[in-house]
Design a protein around this ligand. Structure first.
Ligand SMILES: NC(=O)c1ccc[n+]([C@@H]2O[C@H](COP(=O)([O-])OP(=O)(O)OC[C@H]3O[C@@H](n4cnc5c(N)ncnc54)[C@H](OP(=O)(O)O)[C@@H]3O)[C@@H](O)[C@H]2O)c1
Length: 240
């Protein structure tokens, strides 16, 4: 059966690894991200691997761009089986010194966009769910969405929000054949963790492909098995 997936933040790091894994598992792909040049390089790389890829440059802080992504995907593929809400931004710093615009940007990209894109995609996901009972929304939270993290307060709060939103979406959608999974990794070796590289080498972090395997696992379980949340942590860290 033909399948299609939409991955936000698909131009690098975790999103690109998930897109690649889904593409090689037979999904036709839409990848969306903010910077068009970087996105196009990533999308072309996936096409060079033989994958069918639509790229849509979009700023997830803007509602009109979010609608554009869902519509472009629908026009090209006509169906959506897997939505990966992965685009995100983390801005460190103490609460006492954080400008409002930095708080707002993280709320908009990390949380509001997840809600809005899910809303826009629910009709397509319901059609897929009615067909095979295993449509999926995978929302990228973080281990900081399970345990509040100082100097990342806004980021942490948005990721707690993603976990809660995922639970709520599960309650609304699971009987329509749409499952919802919140992914909660610790440090993953991507550009986002460059700042901590001096203390935690990239080779000792979770790899983007590990997170992609978590999505694959969820999709391989039966329609009667919901995986609401996956924590991915490093040796020596405690689960939450
Ligand atoms: N790395 C970690 O340790 C870690 C741990 C837990 C959770 N996460 C989460 O994993 C997700 C992916 O992050 P990553 O680690 O893979 O970092 P990354 O390589 O920097 O990827 C971030 C992706 O999100 C896109 N993005 C950022 N702001 C956007 C915006 N306003 N509109 C549209 N796209 C935007 C980026 O595109 P541009 O480059 O064009 O902006 C890029 O494709 C994020 O939600 C992050 O919070 C990461």
């Amino acid at each position: 059966m033909e399948r299609a997936a939409l991955v936000t933040g698909g131009s690098s790091g975790i999103g690109l690894a998930i897109a690649r894994a889904l593409g090689h598992d037979g999904y036709r792909l839409t990848v969306a991200a903010r910077r068009p040049d970087k996105l196009e390089v990533a999308a072309q790389g996936l096409r060079d691997e033989g994958l069918d890829v639509l790229s849509v440059a979009a700023n997830m802080a803007r509602e009109e761009d979010i609608k554009k992504v869902a519509e472009a995907h629908r026009e090209r593929f006509g169906r959506l089986d897997v939505l990966v809400n992965n685009a995100g931004i983390g801005i460190g710093g103490p609460v006492a010194e954080t400008e409002t615009k930095r708080l707002d940007l993280q709320l908009d990209v990390n949380l509001r966009a997840v809600y809005l894109l899910a809303r826009e995609c629910i009709p397509m996901l319901k059609d897929a769910g009615a067909q095979h009972g295993k449509a999926l929304i995978a929302n990228m939270a973080s281990i900081t969405g399970k345990r509040g993290q100082g100097w990342l307060a806004a980021y942490s709060a948005t990721k707690f929000g993603v976990v809660g939103l995922s639970q709520a979406l599960h309650m609304e959608l699971s009987t329509d054949g749409i499952q919802v999974t919140a992914l909660c990794p610790g440090f993953v070796a991507t550009a986002m963790t460059d700042w901590i590289e001096g203390q935690v080498p990239k080779g000792e972090m979770i790899q983007p492909e590990d997170v992609a395997e978590a999505v694959r696992f969820v999709l391989r379980t039966s329609r009667h098995c919901v995986v609401p949340e996956i924590q991915l942590i490093r040796p020596g860290e405690s689960e939450v």
